[in-house]
Design a protein around this ligand. Structure first.
Ligand code: SF4
Length: 421
């Protein structure tokens, strides 16, 4: 059953197999899932024509992680991109986004859709604008969305909140980096060149028709997302949030599931404000964050700055975190970068879950604590987010005792266990 039909079924009081699946995975009553889907506070991205593993994103759900893959015009290696997608799923990515801009985009999308069973997202404007932004027509933009939907894509990022009014705000702002969203930049460049309103905003109803027909979930992109700490929490960003709120409500009225994307680069103290404002203005829509990165000075370590921001954002209600890799701001990620970025973002999501869905998440930490208390190394490896790495480190410097080589016989856990025996 497709995404649009899911929300309509939920409103009619029906519990679909997708809702049952999510209820089981999350350990939540299916009726509660149905109510959350009906209200738009939870989405289950799933194209009507694709056999996607149902994944619940939103209120009361565990925080989900997306991993981006995709070619660039400089590096076109479909096999490598597929490897990235597979390793991301292996390490826990809940969804994959194909952001390819180089090579045969239809072919790459087809291969990823055939090989990956978790929901797959895309940004159709990348395809529409790939030859020339100036020559792109509004038909090209909608046709790209239709093509991706027909191919089976489960969710698409659409920068419908980038309006002429938002552009005026941007011109008046004191931003350093103006616009860093690729889709947002394409849209703005097109609007300036053509002296026209954003077609995705102007003909939003048409976009919703396409989405409804294919069960496509719309991820409302934040084209005005801040690209550095200086630019966070300003007029263009919050003006776009207000537009995204209106667009979210309109999509729900038309039976289209909707996510809302957010920043970007945000100082730690502003994360709460951003997430809560997005939730308030969208009547609780699932919030999908790109990071947020909490400092600008750590290229090479932006998976860590993103994970710090993601943990705090999740604590304040963000539902979906986009993986940041160590190569952020520097290059197209390698397979190893995608693996590391996915693992680090999964850690951030779990840290957030320890607040968001504490009872369910804490069980995992308790199991690890018990395994540590028992000095049960195999169990500790098994419970680790990256068992291979944990085992490699433990085995690289073995202890003569059954503890680890940090303290050996002076292991505090052992000493206290013996003393209390
Ligand atoms: S040896 Fe030290 S570091 Fe290792 S498990 Fe025991 S207390 Fe922990």
């Amino acid at each position: 059953m497709g995404g649009s039909i899911i929300i309509e079924a939920a409103r009619k009081g029906q519990i679909t197999p997708e809702m049952e699946h999510v209820a089981k995975a999350e350990g939540i009553d299916p009726q509660k899932i149905r109510r959350l889907v009906a209200s738009g506070r939870v989405v289950i991205p799933k194209n009507a024509s694709r056999d996607t593993i149902p994944t619940g994103i939103g209120e009361s759900m565990s925080v989900k992680v997306n991993a981006n893959v995709g070619t660039s015009k400089d590096f076109i290696d479909i096999k490598e991109e597929l490897k990235k997608a597979l390793i991301a799923v292996q390490y826990g990515a809940d969804t994959i986004m194909d952001l390819s801009t180089g090579g045969d985009l239809d072919d790459i999308r087809k291969i990823i859709l055939e090989s990956i069973k978790v929901p797959v997202g895309s940004v159709p404007i990348y395809q529409a604008a790939r030859d020339s932004i100036a020559d792109m027509t509004s038909d090209d933009m909608f046709n790209a969305v239709r093509k991706h939907a027909e191919d089976g894509i489960d969710f698409v990022t659409i920068h419908a909140g980038v309006t002429l009014d938002a552009l005026e705000q941007l011109k008046k702002s004191d931003r350093i980096l103006n616009v860093v969203s690729r889709g947002g930049a394409f849209t703005i460049a097109w609007m300036i060149h053509n002296e026209r309103e954003n077609p995705f905003y102007e003909e939003y109803d048409y976009l919703l028709e396409i989405a409804h027909e294919h069960g496509l979930t719309i991820s409302l992109g934040d084209g005005m997302r801040p690209g550095c700490i200086n630019d966070a929490s300003d007029g263009p960003e919050f003006m776009e949030f207000m537009t995204l709120g209106e667009l979210t409500r309109e999509a729900r009225r038309k039976g289209v599931q909707t996510l809302v994307e957010g920043p970007g680069h945000v100082p730690l103290e502003d994360i709460n404000l951003s997430v809560r404002t997005m939730k308030r203005l969208t009547d609780g829509a699932p919030v999908y964050l790109l990071g947020p990165l909490v400092t600008d000075i750590a290229p090479g370590y932006d998976h860590i700055t993103g994970a710090i921001g993601g943990s705090v954002a999740g604590m304040h209600g963000a539902d979906f975190l986009c993986m940041t890799s160590p190569s952020e701001h520097l290059s197209l990620p390698t397979v190893e970068d995608v693996k590391e970025g996915t693992i680090v973002t999964k850690i951030a999501a779990h840290i957030a879950d320890l607040v968001k869905i504490k009872d369910r998440a804490k069980k995992m930490d308790d199991q690890m604590a018990i395994a540590r208390k028992n000095l049960d190394w195999e169990k500790q490896f098994e419970l680790s987010i990256d068992p291979e790495r944990a085992r490699r480190i433990k085995c690289s410097r073995k202890s003569k005792s059954d503890a680890c080589s940090m303290c050996g016989d002076l292991c505090a856990i052992k000493i206290i266990k013996d003393a209390l025996r």
